[in-house]
Design a protein around this ligand. Structure first.
Ligand code: NI
Length: 170
């Protein structure tokens, strides 16, 4: 496994739409494993392929790491689709591609997701609370949407200014 560099906003590649994978083959499994290692090292609870510059519909998630008592429970999803969404919840979100910034985002409270797993098998998953938030956040990445795109224009532009400045100072 290898750690991959994570793109940070503003970066045009984070705004592009990712393509579905035809099949979860050895190459995609390798990508998934590298993404998981990259996510754990960051550390983060979710990562989408476009964040490492790969415009494929692949995400990895592990909210177990956010809750001390739970063991690691990685989820690998290719071509994830939200087929049902109900209710709303507000959660303070951050993103490895939007470093050091957090903001409240409104998301669906309960979602059902269909996807392919690491063995190319179709599966469905119902999620609530943090897992639902994380999945919606990562699936957004596959459509070129960042959590700051859910904020008011003012809040979004303040955060983008900060990010630009931070990049210039590097
Ligand atoms: Ni993110």
């Amino acid at each position: 496994m290898a750690r991959l560099p994570i793109l940070t906003a503003p970066d045009r590649r984070l705004l592009q739409k990712s393509l579905p994978v035809a099949c979860v083959d050895q190459k995609i499994r390798r990508l998934m494993d590298d993404m998981l290692e990259t996510m754990y090292a960051a550390p983060g609870i979710g990562l989408a392929a476009p964040q490492v510059g790969v415009l494929k519909q692949v995400i990895v998630v592990d909210v177990g790491t956010a809750e001390d008592r739970q063991a690691h429970a990685p989820l690998f999803l290719a071509n994830p689709t939200v087929v049902r969404a109900e209710g709303t919840q507000l959660w303070k979100e951050g993103c490895l591609s939007v470093p050091d910034q957090m903001a409240d985002v409104t998301r669906a409270a309960i979602i059902e997701v269909h996807a392919l797993d690491r063995d190319n098998q179709p599966f469905q998953l119902e999620a609530t609370e943090l897992l639902a938030v994380c999945l919606q956040h990562e699936i957004d990445h596959l459509h070129g949407t960042l959590f700051i795109d859910h904020l008011s224009r003012l809040k979004r532009s303040i955060i983008l200014q900060k990010l630009k400045k931070a990049k210039e100072e590097k």
